[in-house]
Write a protein that binds this ligand. Structure first.
Ligand code: PLP
Length: 402
């Protein structure tokens, strides 16, 4: 069967029985290898949007480790011990500076955990008025009710009101406004140190300093997208000089296997009681095995060097492209988390790149977001850049015709 036929039969079946919450590109991928994805008829795509498949697709070490784990034991109830949670938690404590981990299955669940325990902390201190959350404009923290409540975009929030009532949004460029919102009713400030969905916007240094001062409130860093080494340091918080009390991790950490983790400072962890929180699947052996493979790979000096070289090549190439293409307004981000802000809506650029075999996505209307796997090489970057440029140029020409 041709790929087109496979795609349309899958599309038809999905249209009948799968909840229609995604605008999917009409393609069915059959397999992956490294930075590439392949369709059944052999079309090859360079994956520059695999925020999750951090070690690339079909990573042999990961595949072997999770297959071996599956042959041994995939899951036991959290009512029992297994050896891997402590191992992952110890590795994460060393990298984050936060001593305790709670394991769940997604970024949103990790955010929920942080939101819950910020309130639990103040409840235990007797400061029961500290229930408010201060979040930021352009934030995105996930789709569950708590995470959605601290997500800024009305498009995501509107149809699901009422959400958690005590949430206020601060503009990270207005320090006085932010300071005025943090008071003795604030349980926590929640921040993505490098905003992803909001347009690949790093929190400005002045805002980071104000957040770090935080006048008593706890600090939650949502590092679901910016964490786990993507920007070059394990947490982007550390790059900004932030010392969060709680950190949400996900995406890259499982290298494709669902893994979410909330990291706790000792002070916040001390208030947790058995029964306060839990997860059926969270931290099972399969998920922990994947996280261990990922963390071991991240320790490799060769990977660190290659990530740094690929990032440098990417920023260099994009800035050079910006000097030639006035429609590129800004190139932002850090490490392998990059945004190219255009003077027009990026939707047709994503489509034009797809037609040319490059997978990217759009965020915040005008921003092309690039999240290549950590194993991307400078040569892969060299292959991607001309395709991206051709896609931007083609979309801009079409815009002129419209
Ligand atoms: N937080 C941030 C910063 C994210 O970018 C996302 C997902 O894009 C989430 C939370 C939610 O993660 P998940 O989709 O795994 O629930």
């Amino acid at each position: 069967m041709s790929t087109t036929t496979v795609t349309s039969s899958v599309q038809e079946q999905e249209a009948q029985h799968v909840l229609q919450v995604y605008r999917r590109t009409p393609v069915v991928f059959e397999r992956g290898a490294g930075v590439h994805l392949f369709t059944g008829d052999g079309r090859k795509y360079l994956d520059f949007i695999s925020g999750v498949a951090s070690l690339g697709h079909a990573h042999p070490g990961l595949a072997e480790a999770i297959a071996a784990q599956a042959h041994t034991l995939i899951h036991t109830s959290n009512l029992f011990f297994h050896p891997l949670q402590a191992e992952v938690a110890t590795a994460l404590a060393a990298r984050t500076g936060l001593d305790r981990a709670f394991f769940c299955n997604s970024g949103a669940e990790a955010v929920e955990t942080c939101l819950k325990f910020a309130r639990r902390y103040w409840h235990t201190q007797g400061a029961t008025q500290r229930t408010k959350y201060v979040a930021f404009t352009h934030s995105f923290h996930g789709r569950t009710m708590g995470a959605l409540s601290v997500t800024w975009d009305e498009h995501y929030r509107g149809p699901f009101q009422p959400l958690i009532p005590q949430v206020v949004f601060a503009d990270p460029t207005d320090i006085a406004g932010f300071d005025a919102l943090v008071d003795d009713h604030t349980a926590a400030i929640i921040v993505e140190p490098l905003q992803g969905e909001g347009g690949v916007r790093p929190i400005p240094a002045a805002a980071a300093a104000a957040i770090e001062a935080r006048t008593g409130a706890l600090l939650i860093a949502d590092e679901v997208q910016s964490g786990s080494g993507r920007t070059g340091s394990f947490l982007y918080s550390h790059t900004l000089g932030l010392t969060p009390d709680l950190v949400a991790l996900g995406k890259a950490l499982g290298a494709g296997v669902p893994v979410g983790v909330a990291m706790f400072s000792n002070a916040v962890a001390a208030v947790a009681q058995p029964g306060d929180h839990g997860s059926t699947y969270g931290g099972n052996l399969l998920a922990c095995r994947a996280a261990l493979v990922f963390l071991a790979a991240l320790d490799s000096p060769a990977l660190a060097a290659s990530m740094a070289a690929s990032s440098a090549r990417l920023f260099e190439g994009l800035r050079e492209m910006q000097s030639r293409l006035p429609v590129i307004r800004d190139v932002r981000g850090a490490g392998l988390f990059v945004g190219v802000d255009l003077t027009f809506d990026a939707t047709p650029v994503v489509a034009a790149a797809f037609e040319r075999g490059l997978l990217i996505n759009r965020t915040s209307s005008t921003v092309v977001r690039l999240l290549p796997p950590y194993i991307v090489t400078p040569e892969d970057v060299d292959a991607a850049l001309p395709v991206l440029e051709a896609a931007i140029v083609a979309a801009n020409v079409d815009r002129g015709k419209a």
